[in-house]
Ligand binder design. Structure first.
Ligand SMILES: [Fe+2]
Length: 279
């Protein structure tokens, strides 16, 4: 049977994000998401927390530099590389202080750089507030093209799709392990990042994080609510660059089920109340 990203049980390991003021953005995440800052040079700022890692670079605000996924081990990374080569994708060497030698990247149809590697172990501060980085969502003009690339070329598994009255796919959720999605794509009028999300697992931890945000004077941007696809509880805040940050809990774990198609309507995005429609 063909090797797939799903078989690697890959999870979202870290993100690179550009900013006109990466120092200010790093300081925001340090305070808000309880992360330590390391700055190896004057243009790069690393924010590290328990199972969460972001790297900010000088550049254009809200631009994704890369998303790095961690594979289980060297064997699964090597099998994934072979698949990518068989699919005819161009791959490049991905140098990272957080991944073992051998990591590689591919470029998706919207020019997003997606890397795969095996993580190096690292020490990070202990913290009572759990919030591992869990998924990234992007915006695209063409969700079908996203599906063609991530499902057919890389072997992510489609979990759910959202389809409008005209039969156009407006959102697709794909997984690289048993969690409902580690990546998703919204149809929008522009290409870029939509949000990144941290899976806190438990409703009470959403409360604790929101109390922490309140202490910093940060208001919720959206939520609390519950998404239809994934069935997860959520709240969103915005960082100082306007990037959307989600805290999620109770995300569906998929063992074996068919793809579900949802209608393109507000209720699909938030079973509880108001929605934030991208198209
Ligand atoms: Fe999300």
């Amino acid at each position: 049977m063909e090797f797939t990203t799903l078989k690697t049980k890959a999870f979202l390991h870290h993100l690179g994000i550009e900013s006109e003021n990466p120092k200010r953005l790093a300081e925001f995440y340090s305070k808000t998401m309880k992360m330590e800052i390391i700055s190896p040079d004057k243009n790069t700022w690393h924010c590290l927390g328990p199972n969460r890692l972001l790297i900010f670079y000088s550049g254009k605000a809200q631009k994704l530099s890369f998303a790095a996924f961690a594979c289980n081990d060297d064997n699964s990374l090597s099998e994934l590389r072979e698949r990518v080569v068989r699919e005819g994708l161009e791959l490049g060497q991905f140098d990272s202080a957080y991944l073992k030698t051998g990591a590689f990247f591919v470029t998706d149809p919207d020019n997003n750089q997606i890397a795969f590697g095996v993580p190096l172990s690292r020490k990070s501060s202990t913290d009572v507030l759990r919030a591992p980085l869990q998924h990234l969502t992007i915006q695209s003009l063409d969700v079908d093209r996203f599906i063609e690339f991530y499902q057919n070329k890389l072997g992510f598994a489609v979990s759910d799709r959202v389809i409008n009255h005209d039969g156009v796919v407006t959102t697709c959720f794909v997984r690289s392990n048993s969690e409902h999605h580690s990546l998703a794509c919204f149809k929008a009028k522009k290409v870029g990042m939509d949000h990144h999300s941290y899976e806190v697992t438990d409703w009470n931890l959403i409360r604790d994080w929101c109390d922490h945000f309140a202490g910093l004077g940060i208001k919720l941007f959206w939520g609390p609510g519950r998404h239809g696809p994934g069935n997860n509880l959520f709240v969103f805040i915005e960082d100082c660059d306007g990037n959307k940050v989600e805290l999620s809990a109770e995300l569906e774990i998929i063992t074996d089920r068919k793809v579900v198609d949802w209608p393109h309507e507000a209720r699909t995005l938030n079973l509880w109340g108001k929605s934030f429609m991208r198209s």
